[in-house]
Design a protein around this ligand. Structure first.
Ligand code: ADP
Length: 366
């Protein structure tokens, strides 16, 4: 395939090995359109940072090609790629003022003094630190320092911004606030962002699309809602959001639906998303909010009897932990409005769900 492409960023058959033996990035193929906010999400060690470092130019790809705006950049040094970067340890120069920190990447690019002043002020205004230019980093809070780091990445109008766990060092409240700020900056500027995090809530909040990494492979690349609603395999179903698992054997496949005999008793219908065929093992994935408790007879396609183990009152819903077909950790979120449901620990009740809300996926080891 040639470099001629509509994608703004393209990874084409990219592999990476540090030791010449193990591939930590196995075969990366991703197209990122201009203006997109794309997040690489996955557990520690799954190859996210390595992928970002290859895009930045700090690590060479062992195999494959990376394109930026239609041009191969494999042999372009990092400082010639026009990419802004923000990392967890924001690495501001402590002896310089905030304004001098921001001016630095512009001076390196030989920008004129008047233009530097204008761009620095614009970048500071963008992160709502317009009057902080004269301070030193030590005179700022952690959140403000991180905003300066974001401003410094924006100041030279980069074509692309890369962020690697930029909010990892901040406390929860500040982290959530900064997620919205970065998201809004992205929306206002329309710049392309590639973001790395292991925090799924952060990824769901900020991204246009999310690439879920596991062991050097992208398991699924989708919009946040598709990842949650339509996981394509068990890893993604488990990694994103809360997930009820039921293991069983496929007994029939008819069109998009299959019938599964559960190991713990009972037979249900499910969407045949990722199953091998009749006789194969599968793990069903079912979101807690899609389960109905004490459904009317015939109201939903699948009904089983479960036993309530624990009730936790959470205001808007009651988190109900049940034993259902051998799964002792089956979670149902019962809306607080479901007034007349007989909820009591130890009670046996029917639970039910639609086949369309239950996805038959690759078998997970129990
Ligand atoms: P993530 O960002 O998903 O946590 P990384 O890309 O940092 O994953 O790491 C992927 C794998 O590559 C890990 O097994 C890690 O130990 C290894 N690795 C990362 N950087 C280096 C390096 N500079 N030298 C050798 N191995 C590395």
């Amino acid at each position: 395939m040639s470099g001629a492409t509509d994608a703004f960023v393209r990874f084409e058959n990219v592999q990476k090995s540090y030791d010449g033996e193990t591939l930590v990035v196995k075969d990366l193929n991703v197209d990122i359109p201009e203006g997109e906010f794309l997040t690489m999400l996955g557990p520690s060690g799954s190859g996210k940072t390595t992928s970002l470092m290859m895009l930045a130019g700090f690590e060479p790809a062992t195999h494959g090609e990376i394109y930026l705006d239609g041009e191969s950049i494999n042999n372009v040094p990092p400082n010639k790629r026009g990419i802004g970067m923000v990392f967890q340890n924001y690495a501001l120069f402590p002896h310089m003022t905030v304004a001098e920190n921001l001016a630095f990447p512009l001076k390196v690019r030989k920008t004129g003094a008047a233009e530097i002043e204008e761009k620095v002020q614009r970048a500071l205004d963008m992160v709502e630190l317009g009057s902080f230019g004269g301070r030193r980093p030590a005179q700022l809070s952690g959140g403000q320092q991180q905003r300066v780091a974001v401003a410094r990445a924006l100041v030279f109008d980069p074509r692309l911004i890369l962020m690697d766990e930029p909010l990892g060092a901040l406390d929860k409240q500040l982290r959530e606030q900064m997620q919205y700020e970065i998201k809004h900056i992205h929306e206002n500027l329309g710049v392309t962002v590639v973001y790395v995090t292991h925090d799924q809530a952060e990824a769901l909040t900020m991204s246009d699309r999310i690439a879920v990494f596991e062991d050097g492979i992208i398991q699924q690349l989708s919009t946040p809602d598709a990842l949650y609603e339509r996981p394509e395999n068990s890893f993604v179903a488990q990694f994103i959001g809360e997930n009820n698992k039921l293991s069983g054997t496929v007994r029939e496949v008819k069109g998009k639906t299959c019938t599964v005999e559960l190991d713990g008793g009972g037979t249900v219908k499910a969407l045949a998303v990722n199953v091998e065929g009749v006789g194969s093992r599968t793990t069903l994935s079912l979101r807690p909010e899609r389960v109905e408790i004490a459904p009317a007879k015939g109201a939903v396609q699948n009904q089983l009897t479960g036993e309530i183990r624990e009730l936790i009152y959470l205001g808007d819903h009651i988190r109900t932990r049940m034993a259902v077909s051998g799964n002792e950790d089956f979670i149902v979120k019962v809306p607080n409005s479901a007034g007349n449901v007989p909820l009591a620990e130890g009670a046996k009740v029917k639970v039910g769900w639609e086949a369309g809300d239950c996805r038959a996926l690759d078998p997970l080891a129990v």
